[in-house]
Design a protein around this ligand. Sequence first.
Ligand SMILES: Cc1cc2nc3c(=O)[nH]c(=O)nc-3n(C[C@H](O)[C@H](O)[C@H](O)COP(=O)(O)O)c2cc1C
Length: 384
Amino acid sequence: MALPSYEEHRAAARRRLPHMLFEYIDSGAFDERTLAANRDGFGDFRLKQRVMRDMSDLDMSAELAGAPAAMPIALGPVGFAGMYARRGEVQATRAAVAEGVPFCLSAVSVCGYDEVRRGGGIAPWFQLYMIRDRAYMRDLIDSVLAAGAETLVFTVDMPLPGIRHRDARSGLYDAGSRGLARQIWQGIARPGWLWDVYLRGRPHSFGNFAAAMTGRAGLGDYWGWIRENFDCSTNWDDLAWIRARWPGRILIKGVLCPEDAAAAFDAGADGVVVSNHGGRQLDGVSSSIEALPAIVDAVGGRGTVLVDGGVRSGLDILKALALGADGCLLGRAWAFALAAGGERGVVAMLQALKVELRVAMTLTGCGTLRQAGRTLLDGRFTSS
Ligand SMILES: Cc1cc2nc3c(=O)[nH]c(=O)nc-3n(C[C@H](O)[C@H](O)[C@H](O)COP(=O)(O)O)c2cc1C
């Protein structure tokens, strides 16, 4: 049976989703150079083929932020997933549970934390954005904690939204009647989505921030709210403030240089996610995989190092581990699989990654991921 590829899920999502939602997932910031670099970066490293080593007994298990996982990957935070499939965050959580990997709920999810916990059967990781209203932040953190969350992913590379030209062109930012008209027009062109997600998948509020968004409705208004409420003043003192409230693990997502990784640990983080937000924020910065080795060296074993950006196959996962990551987060890969096939689509995507990872491990002579290191790479292609 053919394994579903990233491109197949992407193409199916394109056929299924209204234009502005497909563009929202697919696009990057400015000229999309970093978006492309995230993919190309993996090509700069070569795996080293090894043969004649008994590889009949592979151990693909991993520990991600202190939690056991069947593979070294987690479904990373992706906003609006409840617009890609009916109650999409719940479906994706079920898929993650079925395949034994963690799920991280975005702060800007359609389904709120409680719904996902009840529907998915686990207390997922929770991703946080900092908004100006600190009383709201405090209540949100406390409520997620009370619901059983243990791992908090604090995303720090979005103090303001990046400039994404494709979103502006697709109509995503249009508020009011013009925005509504474009949404309706694009929705009508996708009757399957209209029926399944738009009509049967309601309510379409922003589960975790709904109470802070009073008086706002619709996607266009949401972007206005982000511009007004995301907090550019956020700094490491805010992490100390969160640290004082959050007894569990905290991962800082959006770190791209060694100095910031060290600062994150100094301020009390348990780990970092090396990330440029999938090329959606500051275009022209280095790819995540390129930034990874220096950050691993700077962290020096003080805690977890995850990486995301352009991870599309099991080969990418093994390269990331060879360069020192403890695991990878997936973004667009699961968003497109969800849009293409709901829970089953995400399960199929995860199973394909597992098969690919098995091939990669077998042919590099890597029996257990816990021993993965730079020796898995061809020396000519390891710059550091
Ligand atoms: C559609 C979409 C929505 C996203 N929403 C969030 C979010 O709510 N919070 C967050 O921390 N990162 C968000 N991200 C960034 C992802 O967590 C991740 O860093 C990025 O997608 C990785 O790159 P990849 O998609 O190429 O794998 C989003 C990414 C996409 C594509």
